[in-house]
Write a protein that binds this ligand. Structure first.
Ligand SMILES: [Zn+2]
Length: 317
């Protein structure tokens, strides 16, 4: 059969080996000159490593890093941190929101084909910043960023993501502005020939409308939820009841849980709360306490995202 493998920064592994995985977070973000001065940064090696070790000690074993190249990613650091902490890290190619890049960033000057070539090269050969390294670090998926409308989202980069996914089998994780325009983005990818089973829509729990979630899940796309530690989005009134309703409706296989800790104020080692290990100590613990079936907890907290990001190996490279 296809024998799917998930590409981590230290090489391919079977999705079943991933264990508990935070489906969307950030472990390393370097400052970007001439980009948004308020953009989050995470580049204290000791602090990051310590927090990753705490995550591991609390039972976490994998992280999906959602910072693409050109806006603070450093693949060498990701592989070093994975090696030192023992946490599986999956890196990405793709594009983030325009505000996180300098005004002259190349991604916005090239056409769809050239951008697709870049994404494919990072998936197959290695991230740009590691291309000359002895051990190039490969991207495991394509992270892209939608704006609040389809019209405001760079069309050539959406096309590039679709082309790269079709060429490599890699999955696409898409940032959404609080779940906006997901229906249109889904339709766009379907029109491009991308199977919804290759798609993950992020931050959609900021739009806690059950009918919307049911429709997207039934279409085959995955929904990523990450407002558990964001009081602003009232998790008790929104994500928790939504999650339970999705589980009760039999749609747990289409959901991936995450923390999206780009903001250092959420890291214990940077003096914040709740810290990376809260994924287990709070979210997992609460699911157990609520009596959710153990198999479903494992799906929500790692199994689903690992299977989605895994790439069938029968494809010719
Ligand atoms: Zn993020």
């Amino acid at each position: 059969m296809s024998n799917p493998r998930l590409m981590t920064v230290l090489g391919p592994i079977a999705p079943a080996e991933m264990g508990i995985v935070d489906a969307h977070t950030h472990v390393w973000i370097e400052p970007v000159a001439n980009a948004d001065p308020d953009a989050p940064v995470l580049f204290d090696e000791t602090a990051v490593l310590t927090e990753l070790c705490q995550f591991k000690a609390a039972g976490g074993s994998g992280l999906v890093d959602c910072q693409p190249g050109g806006c603070g990613r450093n693949g060498r650091m990701l592989s070093q941190l994975a090696e030192q902490s023992g946490v599986h890290i999956v890196a990405c190619t793709g594009f983030h929101r325009r505000i996180y890049y300098p005004p002259d960033a190349p991604l916005w000057q090239i056409d769809a084909e050239a951008a697709a070539d870049l994404f494919v090269t990072e998936l197959r050969d290695g991230l740009m910043e590691t291309a000359v390294a002895e051990q190039p670090v490969r991207a495991g998926f394509i992270k892209i960023a939608g704006e609040a409308t389809m019209a405001a989202t760079p069309q050539h980069l959406l096309e590039a993501a679709a082309m790269a996914s079709l060429a490599t089998g890699a999955a696409i994780e898409m940032h959404t502005e609080k779940g906006a325009a997901v229906e249109e983005f889904l339709q766009f990818f379907v029109d491009q020939g991308v199977d919804p089973q290759r798609l993950v829509f992020c931050h959609v729990d900021k739009r806690p409308d059950f009918a919307f979630h049911q429709t997207i899940a039934q279409a085959g796309a995955m929904l990523e939820y990450d407002t558990f530690f964001r009081p602003k989005y009232q998790p008790e009134q929104n994500v928790w009841p939504l999650l339970m309703q999705m589980i009760e409706t039999g749609l747990a296989a289409q959901i991936a849980l995450a923390t999206d800790m780009a903001d250092s104020g959420m890291w214990q080692q940077f003096g914040g709360q709740p810290g990376m290990s809260a994924f287990m100590t709070h979210i997992q613990a609460r699911l157990v306490q609520m009596g959710v079936d153990d198999t479903i907890i494992k799906q929500l907290m790692g199994g689903n995202i690992a299977n989605r990001l895994a790439i069938p190996q029968h494809r010719k490279e």
